[in-house]
Design a protein around this ligand. Structure first.
Ligand code: KG4
Ligand code: ZN
Length: 332
């Protein structure tokens, strides 16, 4: 059979995106509309503004993606959309659009867990990546170590007991007045600072369970800022180093819980950070494991990873009923 062609739709946070992806790992088209300008005045994502923005741009993005690929809906084998977790209004916009297209074009719907999109995204970029692998999933809402055994088979080894790592970047950016979105702003400021300048805590470092914690780090950033001694660049650099040290120590612990892993993998928005990528690659080398990380644009939210999760699930025989609900919370 020819490789399946999947239309992927993403709308769970502040990126609206549509992609056409096939079973040979070809991304035939990808259109993405960010909403940074709409949310910037508020210093964070406003759910109602996000949902309205998704409604305005999603239809044209899908039509544009089909046109870019030279395809019509008749060529598509299934419609894959994020069904959660995420901001519920945005998830509903994308999922309802997918259901409408599925119904009118007579195509199956694949309801994708956004976390599964991130978890499988490294396999879209890296044909050599096989199951099982140890995945550090670091995004705006999540920080988890997953033992990925196959499509639909994710064993969670660890999670954060308070904030997600991306959330810590975003809050730090806000505290330091570096702007929105926070992660890239902190990374840029950190490049101009000294990572050893400010003594900051490394929560849970060395603890037996491979869990994560970032709330104490954020509070320490607030105190460092209010002390008025250090530059924002030095605080940003020291913060980023503390996050990297924590991710590294916790992942090192996680490796002992993942015997048989064929690779160490990082994905999610925070995986776009060069210091994070570099540290994890070094850890993989230290343990003699192949390292895999998607290209930067595939780390942050996009529709290609949702289309690819659709490819993998469709190839495994999965499709979902048209009354599948949109979910704000949906653990993998
Ligand atoms: O995966 P993602 O795009 O959306 C969610 O599913 O949450 O991740 C977004 C998160 C945000 O917290 C953002 O600040 C962070 O990823 N992020 C970064 C970088 N780029 C995005 N954090 C650190 N360094 C970056 N370069
Ligand atoms: Zn995401």
């Amino acid at each position: 059979a020819p490789a399946p062609l999947i239309l992927g739709i993403e709308s769970s946070c502040d990126e609206t995106a549509a992609a056409l992806v096939d079973g040979d790992r070809r991304i035939l088209a990808h259109r993405l509309a960010g909403q940074e300008a709409a949310h910037r005045p508020f210093g964070g994502v406003v759910p109602e503004i996000a949902a309205r923005a998704h409604i305005e741009v999603l239809g044209p993005l899908i039509e544009g993606a089909l046109a870019d690929a030279g395809k019509t809906l008749a060529d598509v084998d299934a419609i894959a959309a994020t069904a959660g977790p995420g901001l519920i209004g945005g998830v509903m916009v994308g999922l309802l659009m997918a259901k409408g297209i599925a119904l009118s074009a007579g195509k199956p719907l694949v309801a994708v867990n956004h976390l599964e999109g991130h978890a499988l995204s490294p396999r879209l970029a890296d044909p050599a990546l096989r199951f099982p692998y140890l995945l550090l999933l670091v995004s705006g809402g999540h920080c988890q170590l997953l033992f990925v055994e196959g499509v639909g088979r994710y064993r969670r080894l660890a999670t954060t007991i308070d904030d997600a790592s991306g959330e810590a970047f975003d809050k730090t950016a806000k505290l330091l007045g570096l702007g929105f979105p926070g992660g890239p702003a902190v990374e840029r400021a950190a490049a101009l600072g000294d990572p050893k300048a400010v003594p900051l805590p490394r929560p849970l470092l060395g603890s037996a369970e491979p869990h994560f914690s970032f709330a104490g780090l954020k509070s320490a950033v607030l105190r460092a800022r209010d002390a008025g001694i250090h530059t924002p660049e030095d605080i940003a650099a020291s913060f980023q180093q503390a996050v990297v040290d924590c991710l590294l120590d916790r992942t090192r612990r996680g490796i002992t819980r993942a015997p048989g892993a064929t690779a160490l993998v990082v994905a999610g928005g925070v995986a776009a950070n060069q210091a994070v990528r570099g540290a994890l690659e070094a850890l993989a080398i230290e343990h003699g494991l192949p390292f895999s990380a998607p290209p930067l644009w595939l780390c942050t939210d996009n529709a290609a990873m949702i289309g690819w999760a659709g490819v993998e699930r469709f190839a495994a025989g999965a499709s979902d009923p048209l009354d599948t609900p949109a979910r704000a919370r949906w653990p993998l």
